[in-house]
Design a protein around this ligand. Structure first.
Ligand SMILES: C[S@@+](CC[C@H](N)C(=O)[O-])C[C@H]1O[C@@H](n2cnc3c(N)ncnc32)[C@H](O)[C@@H]1O
Length: 305
């Protein structure tokens, strides 16, 4: 049976008010929670445009969702939480491999994303769904054997607070799997957009306060973390999927009919005509950390048997 839990976060004090559209290139919106849940992730379309580019033009030994799933090494008796799960792609892509007996709570701060996950995974007793903010997880301490936070911690306005929450709901010995990007991720794409529209900054902070470069430090309060890079790159041979990707980003919001879009399309077409495709670096991966098992001595000074 699929249960839909509804949690309304009362932690609204950090929300900033933003207009419907940004002035081009002026506002980094990566941790603007109102913008993220009301615009960027209100519905799954923008995220789907980005995922489509990776799925169609990614080159490497294994696709992203299959690789992530293998890293989790899930067992049938485990209880798993995914925060910022988007539309639940991880579970849809690996549904046949999810062990019977495993239970997963698929969650996101955007109700639109949770609706999509719930609809597409409906009728599967292994999954429950909840709308929740990673900064205020409505579960008691030590509830989960594994917690997954894929490409979402960089959206948290206070990453330390989010990490504390993730650690709190993990049982001792449980693992956090957090995906994020490094500073070279999609470097050529951001440079292309910048050529089409010089006010677009290719150097803008896109991984916020949680990147492959600083993740080990950010997670050290939980335990020693290990970075596992994902071996993949893009070879893009069609114009529109790349343009759609660029237009799905938070710092191109509102560009739909701007001259920059025509310039970008023309540039991409020309590069593909000349070189047969555009090579784009991927710098992404998973950071894995185990919550320490409390090994304080028992009151008698003897270790439990
Ligand atoms: C880049 S998407 C990744 C979605 C999914 N994990 C994936 O990899 O396809 C980031 C997701 O994090 C969610 N998110 C942003 N801020 C959040 C928060 N404070 N708490 C929980 N989810 C959040 C967004 O709504 C969005 O669905």
């Amino acid at each position: 049976m699929v249960a839909v839990l509804v949690h309304t976060s009362e932690r609204r004090s950090h929300l900033r008010t933003v207009g419907e559209r940004s002035t081009l290139g002026t506002m980094p919106r990566i941790d603007d929670q109102r913008y993220l849940s009301h615009h960027q992730y209100r519905t799954p379309e923008r995220l789907a445009a980005r995922a489509a580019l990776h799925a169609r033009f990614g080159i490497g030994p294994q696709g992203w969702w299959s690789w992530v799933f293998d890293q989790l090494e899930l067992r049938p008796d485990q209880h798993v939480l995914e925060v910022g799960a988007g539309s639940g792609s991880l579970w849809r892509a690996n549904r046949k491999q999810v062990p019977e007996g495993l239970t997963v709570v698929v969650t996101d701060v955007s109700p639109g994303m949770v609706d999509e996950a719930c609809t597409t995974l409906a009728g599967d007793a292994r999954f429950d769904f909840a709308t929740l903010d990673v900064a205020a997880i409505p579960f008691t301490d030590a509830t989960f054997d594994a917690v997954i936070a894929n490409h979402m911690l960089y959206h948290a306005p206070n990453v330390a607070e989010a990490v504390n929450e993730l650690a709190r709901v993990l049982r001792p010995g449980g693992q956090l799997f957090a995906a994020t990007n490094g500073e070279n991720h999609l470097r050529e794409l951001h440079e292309l957009i910048h050529i089409a529209e010089p006010r677009y900054s290719p150097e803008a902070v896109r991984n916020g306060a949680f990147s492959l470069e600083n993740a080990v430090d950010v997670l050290k309060s939980i335990g020693p973390a290990q970075v596992r890079p994902f071996d993949n790159r893009l070879w893009v041979t069609e114009t529109e999927p790349l343009v759609n990707y660029a237009l799905s980003l938070w710092d191109t919001e509102g560009w739909t009919d701007a001259p920059a879009v025509d310039a970008m399309r023309a540039l991409v077409e020309e590069r593909i005509r000349t070189d047969a495709g555009i090579r784009i670096t991927k710098d992404t991966g998973l950071v894995v950390v185990m919550k320490a098992v409390d090994c304080a001595p028992s009151p008698t000074g003897t270790m439990p048997s």
